[in-house]
Design a protein around this ligand. Structure first.
Ligand code: LLP
Length: 431
């Protein structure tokens, strides 16, 4: 656990969490901005030291809002977006459009039109339907655009099934074995409006093994080599995606995220040398590793249910609406008492959410001191895929998000109000 102040309270970015909860209410999501900056810098440092061209492209699906794009941009990160909504948000912040890449396995015509109109840096083409749509849009707008081809590398990452994307049977990317990737290459090379800058693969998320990344990097270089030999096409950029695993609980023991990148860069350099291939620009797309460890969810405890012979349920004022990961992936988190994070644990509890679902349990087994109603719980490492997957289930408003840095806290996403919840509703009568 991070810093503790004189009152014994947990602090983030020099800001007292107990004070924050008093001021802004709970549930509240707080980010340690310095930690976000630090991780982006650590990634960049690897490339700088290896002396290769690169882009650290923040995968904004992990947490997307105006302030987050601003911080990414300040640190010289690029970003990738997967929807008109993310693109719109990034553009609102004047994020350099040439540093935005656009992903997705079913980009709509409207989304492609928007991407081309604003001239995003790269469109990562996922499938044949998209080649057709994009061709249509480029003709309509009489435009050209840089693209990459996403291939499915045929690698099963050691992670939750829902977090795997690189195996052959995946909805993402062009299959290699069946020749689909080659066919896609031919189509794109024959299209004078599409400028193919390179090849992309992403094997999954929350991955701990170096091996999968090394295999993916090798595979990408193998494809690049084949395409050079067979088609005379030389890829300038190799994008290995994201997926670097982070530590959520004491059981997790991942390498530092930048170590994965180190291994990837070394693999690509070795492969390039072996094939006498010019060392390409290497792009990465980390999301979780940039924002995950920097985020904290603050909850206030309420009801407590004790069933003899079972772990008590301690209910909090949030739950699956602000963090669906425990319910969806059986994801685990550690929590502490924000007012006294070092207090010895005296019981094991289940931290229950407030949503009307039995599955809405934020933590199955959390050691904590015995808490009274009104205690403040800080759930750690919640910064990735928490708010970004939040919902209004049960018509609960989504929490506020605060950025803390150098002793100051600023609201970067306001708490939704009850009025916001009915904002889009229209009244109805049959006649
Ligand atoms: N690049 C591509 C093409 C991706 O699909 C993803 C994540 C990333 C990069 C970033 O991966 P990261 O570094 O964040 O692991 N909702 C799930 C995770 C879904 C990941 C989707 N794609 C979860 O909460 O675990």
């Amino acid at each position: 656990v991070d810093q503790i102040n004189e009152q014994g309270h947990l602090t983030i970015g020099g800001v007292d969490l107990v004070e924050l909860a008093k001021k802004y209410g709970t549930p509240l999501i707080v980010y340690d901005v310095e930690q976000i900056r630090h991780q982006i810098r650590a990634f960049k440092k690897v490339f700088e030291e290896e002396g290769v061209k690169y882009a650290v492209s923040y995968a904004s699906k992990a947490f997307s809002c105006v302030a987050m794009y601003q911080v990414a941009e300040q640190e010289g990160a690029y970003t990738d977006v997967v929807s008109a909504g993310e693109l719109y948000t990034a553009l609102k912040t004047n994020f350099p459009v040439e540093h935005i890449s656009f992903h997705g396995n079913n980009k709509s015509l409207a989304e492609l039109e928007m991407a081309v109109k604003h001239h995003v840096g790269k469109i990562i083409i996922d499938n044949f339907h998209e080649i057709k749509l994009l061709d249509q849009v480029l003709k309509e707008q009489n435009a050209k655009i840089d693209v990459m081809l996403r291939i499915t590398p045929g690698i099963s990452a050691d992670t939750h099934e829902y977090d795997q994307t690189g195996q052959v049977d995946s909805k993402f990317g062009f299959d290699l074995e069946s020749g689909q990737a080659d066919l896609a290459l031919e189509q794109v090379l024959n299209n004078s409006r599409m400028n193919l800058v390179g090849i992309h693969a992403h094997i999954g998320s929350q991955i701990f093994e170096l091996n999968g990344f090394e295999m993916a990097a090798k595979k990408l270089m193998e494809v690049a080599e084949n395409w050079r030999n067979q088609y005379g096409y030389t890829a300038k950029v190799i994008n290995v995606g994201g997926g670097f695993g982070i530590k959520y609980t004491a059981e997790d023991n991942p390498l530092r995220p930048e170590k994965f990148v180190q291994a990837i860069v070394e693999t690509i350099k070795t492969e390039a040398e072996r094939a006498s291939f010019p060392v390409p620009e290497i792009d990465i797309e980390p999301g979780r590793s940039i924002v995950g460890p920097a985020g904290y969810n603050l909850y206030t405890t309420g009801s407590r249910k004790v069933i003899p012979g079972h772990r008590p349920y301690v209910a909090v004022d949030g739950g699956m609406g602000d963090n669906i990961r425990p319910a969806l992936y059986q994801a685990k988190y550690e929590s502490v008492l924000a007012s006294d994070p070092q207090a010895p644990s005296t019981e094991h509890v289940r931290i229950a959410g407030k949503y009307c679902e039995s599955g809405d349990i934020l933590a199955e087994d959390q050691a904590l001191p015995v808490t009274k109603a009104g205690s403040l719980i800080a759930m750690l490492d919640t910064g990735a895929y928490g708010y970004s997957m939040a919902s209004n289930y049960n018509r609960n408003p989504r929490p506020a998000v605060v950025f803390a840095e150098k002793g100051k806290a600023k609201v970067v996403i306001k708490r939704e109000s009850l009025e916001d919840l009915v904002h889009l509703d229209q009244s109805y009568s049959a006649d």
